[in-house]
Design a protein around this ligand. Structure first.
Ligand code: HEM
Length: 123
C-alpha cells in the first residue's frame, strides 16, 4: 500500500512560515558584522522575496525561482566556508525559532547543501 506525504513546503507551513523564517534569519544576519557587510549594497526587500521564493521552489511549493543562478548571484563577493556555514546556521536557528519541526528543518537544509558548490564556484 502506498502512502503519500504532503510536500515539504506544506509540512514547513507554506509561504507564511517561509516569509517569517527569512525575516528571522535576516535579523540574525544584521547582528553579525562579518556577514552583514556582504549585504551593504543589497536591496533587502528584493533579497527576502527572492530567498523565500527559492525556499518555496526547492521545497516543492508553488513557486519558481527565476532569479540569477547561484554561482552568478554570489560571484566575486569573497564568501568563504565560514561565511556560508554562518548563514546556514542562521537559517537553521530561524527555522527552529519559527517552530519548524526538526525533520523538516533537516530536509530543507539538506536540499540547500548542494548549492554550496555553486555559491563557491566564482569567489
Ligand atoms: C544556502 C545558502 C544561500 C542561498 C540559498 C542564497 C540565496 C540567495 C538568493 C536567492 C539571492 C537573490 C539573488 C537575486 O535575486 O539577485 C541571494 C543574493 C545574495 N546573497 Fe545569497 N544565498 C546563500 C548564501 C549566501 C552567503 C553565505 C552569503 C554571504 C555571506 C550570501 C550573500 C548574498 C548577497 C549579498 C546577495 C545579494 C546580492 C545583490 O545585492 O545583488 N548568500 N542569495
Amino acid at each position: 500500500q502506498e502512502t503519500t506525504q504532503p510536500s515539504l513546503y506544506t509540512r514547513l507551513g507554506g509561504m507564511p512560515t517561509l516569509e517569517n523564517v527569512v525575516e528571522n534569519m535576516l535579523y540574525r544576519v544584521a547582528d553579525d558584522p562579518e556577514v552583514v557587510v556582504f549585504f551593504a549594497n543589497t536591496n533587502i526587500d528584493h533579497f527576502a522575496e527572492a530567498f523565500a521564493t527559492q525556499l518555496c521552489d526547492i521545497s516543492d511549493g508553488p513557486c519558481q525561482y527565476d532569479g540569477p543562478p547561484m554561482d552568478r548571484a554570489h560571484q566575486h563577493m569573497g564568501i568563504n566556508d565560514a561565511h556560508f556555514n554562518r548563514v546556514v546556521e542562521y537559517l537553521a536557528d530561524a527555522l527552529e525559532d519559527e517552530g519548524v519541526p526538526l525533520a523538516e528543518q533537516n530536509e530543507l537544509l539538506g536540499r540547500l547543501a548542494p548549492l554550496h558548490a555553486d555559491i563557491m564556484r566564482r569567489q
